[in-house]
Design a binder for this molecule. Structure first.
Ligand SMILES: [Zn+2]
Length: 123
């Protein structure tokens, strides 16, 4: 026997039914939308936090920053808006106009900071 996808009551009537009635169907859709929106706002918030942190650490043009320092400030590198791959295969990740790239050289993990340039959109 199947149960309602919203209230979990046993379903009666036609086969393949997912909800008791229109009420359960609407309530389910509403709850679902709320969950999806919550994720959207979470991502949106993190992107803005990331941008704010990158902006703060960006000096003029290119600079290097300790990865740990950014992470401690609340930076989350899994959230970015877009990327740019150089012809040498380096991948810059961006939060809006501020970019960062993993630098695995010289022991301590660092980020190389870059600013978005118009030519990056053309490749
Ligand atoms: Zn139900």
């Amino acid at each position: 026997m199947e149960n309602c996808a919203y209230c979990n009551s046993p379903l009666t009537g036609r086969k393949g039914k997912r909800f008791c009635d229109q009420y359960c169907k609407s309530a389910h859709q509403y709850a679902n939308r709320k969950v999806k929106e919550a994720f959207y706002y979470k991502v949106d918030r993190q992107l803005k936090i990331n941008r704010k942190i990158l902006k703060k650490y960006h000096h003029s043009g290119i600079s290097k920053i300790r990865k740990e320092e950014l992470l401690e400030a609340g930076f989350n590198p899994h959230f970015f808006t877009h990327y740019y791959k150089t012809m040498h295969g380096n991948l810059y990740l961006f939060c809006y106009e501020y970019g960062f790239m993993d630098l695995q050289k010289d022991g301590e993990p660092k980020y190389l900071m870059v600013n978005w340039q118009d030519y990056m959109a053309k490749t």
